[in-house]
Design a binder for this molecule. Structure first.
Ligand code: PEP
Ligand code: MN
Length: 333
C-alpha cells in the first residue's frame, strides 16, 4: 500500500501518521520526491483502514500495490534512484560505463586494460576473480588474488571496481570492492541475496539465464527488504532458441524494468551476444532504450583470454564504441 501525502504536509502530522502505521507492525518506507512524499507500507496491510487514512488532512491518496515487489517498485519511489559506487553515480540521468576483462588474469593484464578503458572514459573497472564456470575444468578465476590485482588497478587508475561474489563467506575479501556483482547463475541464491542485504555496499544484480522480469525484481526485493536499497539491475541476455548468439538480448526489458522499478538498469551486451562484433550495435540499442549504464568486456589480447575472449572488445574497439554510445545518448536525450 502507498500513501501519497499532500504537498507541504505538516511535518508533525506526518510524523504522527508514520508512528501510527509503524504501531501496526508495518515497515514504512519514506520516499521524498521533489514535490510529493510517498509512504510505502510493507507488511500485512489487510487490517489498514484505507478510508480512514484517505480522510486525513495531510493525505492526498491511498492505493494498494498489487505487485509482490514493494521496495523496488516505482510506486513506492516515483523518482529514479541514484546509486553510488565508489563515488560514481548511476541512475537518474547518471550514465555509467563499466568495462574490463571477463576475468582478472595477471597484474599486467588488468592494469593495462584499466588504463586503456579509463583513457576511453570508463567510469568503473570490471574483472572477475571468482568465476562461475559451466565446466569445473575451466579457469575458475584467481579468487582472492584476483581481487588483490583489481585493487592494484584501482590504485593505479582511480577507477572504482566491480567483481562477482559467489559466496557470502568470501565477503571479507571484498572490503575494497566498490560494487558487488551477483551473477546470472546466482540471481536466485536467496541466502546470498539476503546476506548482501545485510551489508551496505551497492549490488549489481544480473538477470538469470532464464528468469522473468518479475523474478529479477523479486530477487532485488530480497536484498532491499533485508536492509540494502543500493541495488542496480542488469539485463545480460536470456536463453531462447537463438542459434547464432550466446543469449538473446532483451532490449525491451530495459524500458519495462524502468517502468516497474525506480532502480537503475545496466545492460551487458557482451554476455547477451557472446560475439564481439555484435557488442557495439547492442550497446547502442541499450543506450537508446534508456539504460543507465553499460557493462562491456574488454581484453588487451582477446585471442588468448582465459575466459570469454570471443565476446571481448580490444581497447581500440572499446574506445570507438564509447564514442558511439555518447553520440547515441546525445541523440535520444
Ligand atoms: C560475468 O559478468 O563475467 C558473468 C559471469 O556474467 P553472467 O553472470 O551474466 O553470466
Ligand atoms: Mn564473462
Amino acid at each position: 500500500m502507498i500513501v501519497v501525502l499532500k504537498e507541504n504536509a505538516d511535518p508533525g502530522r506526518e510524523k504522527q501518521l508514520i508512528e501510527w502505521l509503524k504501531g501496526m507492525r508495518l515497515d514504512v518506507h519514506i520516499s521524498r520526491g521533489q514535490f510529493q512524499t510517498v509512504l510505502g507500507l510493507v507488511g500485512d496491510t489487510s487490517q489498514v483502514d484505507m478510508d480512514l487514512i484517505a480522510g486525513l488532512s495531510i493525505v492526498d491518496s491511498v492505493k494498494r500495490v498489487s505487485e509482490n515487489f514493494k521496495y523496488c517498485n516505482r510506486k513506492f519511489h516515483p523518482e529514479d534512484s541514484v546509486i553510488e559506487a565508489g563515488g560514481v553515480k548511476i541512475g537518474g540521468g547518471h550514465f555509467a560505463m563499466i568495462a574490463g576483462p571477463c576475468s582478472v588474469e595477471t597484474e599486467e593484464q588488468i592494469v593495462a586494460v584499466a588504463k586503456a578503458v579509463k583513457a576511453s572514459g570508463a567510469d568503473i573497472l570490471r574483472g572477475g576473480a571468482f568465476k562461475p564456470r559451466t565446466s569445473p575444468y575451466d579457469f575458475q578465476g584467481l579468487g582472492g588474488e584476483g581481487i588483490r590485482l583489481l585493487e592494484i588497478a584501482k590504485r593505479e587508475t582511480g577507477l572504482p571496481i566491480i567483481t562477482e561474489i559467489m559466496s557470502i563467506g568470501e565477503l571479507p575479501l571484498f572490503d575494497n570492492v566498490d560494487l558487488l556483482q551477483v551473477g546470472a547463475r546466482n540471481m536466485q541464491n536467496y541466502d546470498l541475496l539476503r546476506e548482501l542485504g545485510r551489508q551496505k555496499k551497492p549490488v549489481l544484480l544480473k538477470r538469470g539465464l532464464a528468469n522473468t522480469l518479475r523474478e529479477l525484481l523479486m530477487s532485488a526485493e530480497y536484498i532491499m527488504a533485508s536492509g540494502n536499497e543500493n541495488v542496480i539491475l542488469c539485463e545480460r541476455g536470456i536463453r531462447t532458441y537463438s542459434d547464432y548468439t550466446r543469449n538473446t538480448m532483451d532490449i525491451s526489458a530495459i524500458p519495462m524494468l524502468k517502468e516497474l522499478s525506480h532502480l537503475p538498469v545496466v545492460a551487458d551486451p557482451s554476455h547477451a551476444t557472446g560475439i564481439a562484433r555484435l557488442v557495439p550495435p547492442m550497446a547502442m540499442a541499450a543506450a537508446a532504450a534508456g539504460a543507465d549504464g553499460l557493462m562491456i568486456e574488454v581484453h588487451n589480447d582477446p585471442l588468448h583470454a582465459l575466459c570469454d575472449g570471443a565476446q571481448s572488445l580490444t581497447p581500440a574497439q572499446y574506445d570507438a564504441l564509447a564514442g558511439k554510445v555518447r553520440a547515441v545518448r546525445e541523440a535520444v536525450r
